[in-house]
Write a protein that binds this ligand. Structure first.
Ligand code: PAF
Length: 293
């Protein structure tokens, strides 16, 4: 695996790859890689000649400085995992490399209400930060396909919007890879490392609640479903930010059940000081076909 720290070196290498007709798959990450990330690498390898992974803990997407400081960093293990998965190229830039003029005056992207609902409401500025870094990385890598994990459902919708905004990026399509789960249903996440034994056990309740939401959808009133889930999670010791049923594309809350509407259930909740998010598509149509470019 080739490792690049400098944008210009990476660009030169990618130009060579493209000139010899290679198709490029790109997996942007913030490191602390787990099997969920490996699924993204696997999917990219299957469909492309070269897979590029980036590891960069992006400061502009952390609204909470403590979260940024505590973000797990496991670089040596990450490199080993990527090598085992036969990832072709790792991009490992510094903050100065990505933001040479600092982070104060970065572009703001018109992503509409996606910015202020659900995650956007609880993490102000987060999605602007995600757009800033992913826009920058896409400009450097210019991949044929950008691979994203469905666990960060709203991020997938935001980045889909970003690609619509950037006409020059229309050669890049998005592929959303389904969430990989632990045996008890907990969605794999870099943040899971921070769960203590007791919290780790409790954390699987989130998936159980999502499954309940799916089984109640169309049978109970939507408000009733949301209240039941919030009470259930609170009872298990969570502090709930939201348990919502939303349109699967716009993420606007659904007020009334409509069997024709593509819907997703989303939960964000703290267990102790660890914030977990997860989601489950409630209707059968696959997410991929709806959101790919
Ligand atoms: O999902 C993540 O790990 C990050 O938000 C991303 C897409 C790598 C941007 O920093």
């Amino acid at each position: 695996m080739l490792i690049f720290h400098k944008t210009e070196d990476l660009k030169k290498q990618l130009l060579r790859e493209r000139q010899t007709g290679k198709k490029l798959g790109f997996v942007p990450t913030m490191g602390a890689l787990h099997d969920g990330h490996m699924e993204l690498i696997k999917a990219s390898r299957k469909e492309h000649d070269k897979t590029i992974c980036s590891i960069f803990v992006n400061p502009t997407q952390f609204n909470d400085p403590t979260d940024f400081e505590k973000y797990p960093q496991t670089l040596q293990q990450d490199i080993k995992k990527l090598e085992t998965m036969q990832c072709s190229i790792l991009f490992l830039p510094s903050v100065e490399e990505m933001y040479p003029s600092g982070t104060a005056l970065l572009e703001q992207f018109p992503i509409g209400s996606l910015e202020t609902i659900l995650e956007g409401k609880y993490r102000p500025g987060h999605f602007q930060g995600v757009c800033q870094i992913v826009d920058h990385l896409l400009t450097i890598v210019e991949p044929d396909t950008l691979y994203l994990g469905q666990k960060d459902y709203q991020q997938c919708m935001v980045l889909h919007r970003l690609l619509e905004l950037r006409t020059y990026k229309q050669n890049t399509k998005i592929k959303i890879v389904p969430t990989l789960r632990e045996q008890d249903g907990l969605a794999m996440s870099s943040r899971n490392i921070r769960l203590d034994t007791e919290s780790r056990k409790t954390a699987s309740q989130i998936y159980r609640c999502l499954l309940n939401m799916k089984s109640w959808y169309g049978k109970l009133e939507l408000e009733e479903i949301k209240i039941k889930v919030q009470e259930d999670l609170t009872h298990h010791g969570f502090r709930v930010d939201y348990a919502e049923i939303a349109d699967a594309l716009t993420l606007q809350p659904i007020k009334k059940y409509d069997p024709e509407q593509h819907a997703v259930a989303l939960i964000a909740a703290f267990i102790n000081d660890v914030r977990l998010i997860d989601n489950l598509v409630l209707t059968d149509t696959t997410t991929d076909s709806k959101v790919s470019n």
